[in-house]
Design a protein around this ligand. Structure first.
Ligand SMILES: CC(C)(COP(=O)(O)OP(=O)(O)OC[C@H]1O[C@@H](n2cnc3c(N)ncnc32)[C@H](O)[C@@H]1OP(=O)(O)O)[C@@H](O)C(=O)NCCC(=O)NCCS
Length: 337
């Protein structure tokens, strides 16, 4: 099909040249969780759509999954480590406070010519990072970049809190973004928003300057994620609907033009409710949360990898990535794959 209205007129296009994902082998089922907290498989399935999640062992870290996903993406893109100019790892569960998780990925893959950093925008991290890379490519400043979403959320999950511990899983997904003078492919449009006033809806307060390691926590549970599930639920649906409508409008597209909407996998009910309001058919609203749970910044690239590997999306298809998460943050990318 013809390329839709492109709000940017650069001759360079930020094309997805490779994709990959890596998740821990260890699986935690709803039945396992029912042994740990007062819950049931039936409650978790009907309220969230989650059946299992992949969880890291003590020795498995965020950079390990990020590196494995990156290597797979580079293999598909047929790119050498020395050709990569930028690595962004979107994460809220980094390898350590500093240096960045991206530094460990750079070292592991030998991308000696890259400048690298982490991006903290929670579940929106991957769509934010894609947009940053898009700017450098469209201005002609860069040819090849790695964008990775990687998390080990179960390391900051309170497995005594039944309302949150059922939700999260670990893993990483990556894409190689390449500069192409190809009119028919690439990132068409990106949009992003933040609302710091609602930071309390989703947070993890330890490990930063507010609660440094030598200050005793008045509430020991502050070392874990805290979520106001109801508030997040309502805001997520509202913002996803607004953002998808904006994307269609700005790009001169209708839902008929979109092959797949790949939403951040936060709760199947949130995705289904938003899809219903947007008239997105079941086959166009991608869901894999039943296997992985919510993997925050990793969830969209893990889903993208699955869609590409299984032929659900093919070269030339227009896809829409949309995310919502802590900050609050939200955003989307429209991409001709
Ligand atoms: C967390 C979430 C699944 C809860 O579902 P919900 O339908 O909103 O449920 P509620 O929070 O209203 O709780 C309803 C009842 O179920 C109970 N409940 C909560 N977790 C439970 C569990 N795992 N098993 C059984 N009962 C549970 C609650 O205690 C409450 O009981 P009460 O009515 O006696 O007080 C849902 O709100 C959600 O997915 N929110 C967004 C999650 C999020 O923040 N994700 C990360 C950012 S993208």
């Amino acid at each position: 099909m013809d390329r839709p209205t492109d709000p940017y007129t650069s001759p360079y296009h930020a094309v997805i040249a490779g994709y990959g994902a890596s998740v821990p082998e260890k699986i935690l089922t709803n039945q396992d969780l029912a042994q740990m907290v007062d819950t049931t498989d039936e409650w978790i399935t009907t309220r969230t759509g989650i059946k299992t999640r992949h969880i890291s062992t003590e020795n498995e870290t965020t950079a390990m999954f990020a590196t494995q996903a990156a290597k797979k993406a580079m293999q598909i893109a047929k790119i050498k480590p020395g050709e990569i100019e930028m690595i962004i790892v979107a994460t809220i569960t980094p390898e350590m406070v500093f240096p960045s998780t991206a530094s460990f990925v750079q070292r592991a893959i030998g991308a000696k010519n890259a400048w690298v950093f982490d991006l903290s925008a929670a579940c929106s991290g991957f769509v934010y990072a894609l947009s940053i890379v898009q700017q450098f490519i469209e201005t002609g400043r860069m040819k090849n970049a790695l964008v990775i979403g990687a998390e080990t959320l179960t390391k900051i999950t309170n497995f005594k809190d039944r309302s949150s511990c059922i939700l999260f899983g670990d893993g990483a997904g990556a894409v190689v973004i390449q500069n192409a003078r190809d009119n028919r492919r690439g990132i068409i449009y990106s949009t992003h928003y933040s609302e710091g006033d609602r930071w309390e809806a989703l947070n993890c307060q330890a490990y930063g300057s507010r609660y440094p390691a030598d200050k005793k926590l008045e509430d020991p549970d502050k070392i874990y994620m805290d979520i106001k599930g109801r508030e997040v639920y309502q805001q997520a649906i509202r913002r996803i609907v607004e953002t998808v409508n904006e994307c269609l409008d700005k790009c001169g597209l209708t839902m008929d033009d979109i092959k797949m909407v790949i939403s951040h996998q936060m709760n199947a009910r949130i995705i289904e409710s938003a899809a219903k309001r947007l008239n997105i058919t079941e086959e166009k609203a991608f869901l894999n949360i039943s296997e992985y749970g919510n993997t925050s910044a990793a969830s969209i690239p893990i889903a993208l990898d699955e869609c590409a590997r299984t032929g659900k999306i093919e070269r030339g298809d227009i896809i829409l990535l949309v995310a919502f998460g802590a900050g609050l943050t939200w955003g989307a990318n429209v991409i001709e794959f």
